[in-house]
Design a protein around this ligand. Structure first.
Ligand code: ZN
Length: 489
């Protein structure tokens, strides 16, 4: 065997173990008995230690020094393994284990603090999480920017300076459009009870409508919807709310976007570093284009209206036009995950600014709640009423995910670019969507983007799909056109 073959064979088991660790995480959110939390923390720490040892195994370094890639695919595999090897070697094993343990424990402490609306109860644990992540970031940055080092875990190649420029370009147009929209009468909201079993049934129909392969996936309920796994075992979760079936339907479509990306990666890359979505931003571009540009389009909403009438009977919305406005209703709210397309990126921007200050040491945990509340009031024009609607709402920071939030907005920007290219490639797409057919759209995304997995760098993956450099303009133009149409601006 050549050094390359030995390396890839060794890495294959590491990839398999990482999939198992991911499935433990899935289990924790769906099936695990509550009393198992501490034991699960130990189980996570144990498997993380095994993964850490494999990723830093000196043989990997020796193989990397000798391996000849042979072709483009081999070169990409080496690039990923080298990045992982370098990254893991920069972080002392003791710190990695401490991080795994504290972030697993922190999730439970945060959940209780959130339920009790008590930020102070979470602060001591949160300080530990932040301290350890700063320490890790410093080890990764090797004298460079700590925030960028953390950001690179989720979006290789991204720089916070570029993201600052992206948000600077977005913010004024989003704020102006939101003001114009909020000055207009609000579309009708749903006000009926929707049977939750029927919601789940229609949600499964939506999942398969968007191409989710249930023979290699499954749908369960969880408090927070997510997608997990790669290749031939990609699972999603969804949730139901009796008076808000859109929460269930659009959570499902969103997670199906993530899951289809994983399922549609070239099978030749299975259990190699190329067999996963390439970055969080590119991942989010898939979930958001499924959910918003396709799922909340006028054409598809018209089809969904008919499906909902069949499933629930008359539910108080009298036409496809009215339904389209209801689906895209812009209203006041505190919660990022429930935000409409127009306000979503303003929620992300708030977090991006605060977490950079936290990582730089310009903001401390003891001042975070006040900083959040001040910033929210300034950006949204009304006060946060309780921590669960404010600083305690997201699980990201409690589990140490600093540098993750901006990838959501990057994903939205990428989705805007992909949507423009998709519409150009398939001008009569609405005729399909109006009949609940997504195969040409999802097939275009599979062929031009999803199948490549980790073959190209994240930004290059987008450039290859759209044939040019992405900018924030297509997303902003799309939002302008869509909300001007709905709100008669
Ligand atoms: Zn997502």
């Amino acid at each position: 065997m050549t050094a390359f073959d030995e390396l890839v064979a060794f890495d294959r088991d590491t990839q398999a173990l990482a999939q198992i660790a991911g499935r433990l995480g899935w289990d924790q959110e769906t099936m695990m008995p509550r009393g198992a939390a501490d034991q699960r923390g130990d189980e996570f720490a144990a498997i993380e230690a095994v993964l850490h040892a494999r990723r830093t195994d000196p043989r990997v370094g020796e193989w990397l020094a000798k391996a000849e890639p042979g072709d483009e695919v081999g070169a990409a595999i080496l690039r990923h393994i080298r990045r992982s090897y370098d990254r893991t070697n920069k972080v002392p094993a003791k710190l990695a284990a401490e991080l795994a343990r504290i972030t697993s424990k922190s999730q439970g402490v945060w959940a209780e603090a959130r339920a009790n609306n008590d930020f102070a109860a979470f602060a001591p644990t949160f300080k530990e999480v932040l301290r350890l992540r700063r320490e890790e970031g410093a080890a990764l940055a090797e004298g460079g920017d700590i925030y960028d080092a953390l950001l690179n875990d989720y979006e290789p190649g991204a720089k916070s300076a570029d993201l600052v420029a992206m948000f600077d370009a977005m913010r004024p147009r989003l704020v102006a459009l939101r003001q114009a929209v909020l000055d207009r009468p609000e579309p009708k909201a749903l006000d009926r009870h929707f049977d939750e079993a029927v919601q789940l049934k229609l949600s499964t129909t939506l999942a398969t409508t968007f191409g989710y392969d249930l023979s290699r996936g499954r749908i369960d309920k969880a408090v927070h919807p997510f997608s997990s796994g790669s290749g031939n075992d990609v699972r999603i979760t969804t949730r139901t709310a009796a008076y808000d079936p859109f929460n269930c339907f659009y959570s499902t479509i969103h997670e199906v976007g993530h899951a289809c990306y994983e399922q549609n990666i070239d099978q030749a890359y299975l259990l190699t570093p190329l067999g996963n979505g390439v970055s969080m931003g590119v991942h989010e571009s898939q979930s958001r284009i499924y959910e918003n540009q396709l799922g909340r389009s006028r054409a598809f909403a018209g089809w969904l209206y008919g499906q909902m009438r069949d499933a629930f009977g008359d539910f108080g919305i009298s036409s496809e036009d009215e339904f389209y406005a209801t689906v895209n209703r812009v209203s006041r709210g505190y919660i990022r995950t429930e935000a409409d397309e127009l306000q979503y990126n303003l929620h992300v921007l708030l977090r991006f600014d605060l977490e950079r200050a936290l990582i730089r040491g310009e903001l401390e945990i003891d001042d975070l709640e006040a900083a959040w509340n001040d910033r929210f009031a300034a950006d949204f024009g009304y006060a946060v009423d309780k921590p669960s609607n404010g600083v305690l709402q997201d699980v990201h920071w409690p589990v140490g995910l600093f540098g993750y939030f901006p990838t959501y907005s990057l994903g939205n920007v990428y989705a805007g670019n992909l949507h423009a290219a998709l519409r150009e490639a398939i001008p009569d797409l609405d005729a399909d969507l109006a009949q609940g057919r997504t195969a040409r759209a999802t097939g275009w995304l599979r062929d031009n983007l999803q199948q490549h997995g980790g073959l190209y760098e994240p930004r290059e993956t987008i450039v290859r799909a759209i044939g040019k450099e992405p900018t924030e303009a297509p997303l902003l133009d799309y939002l302008d056109a869509k909300f001007s149409d709905i709100y008669g601006l």
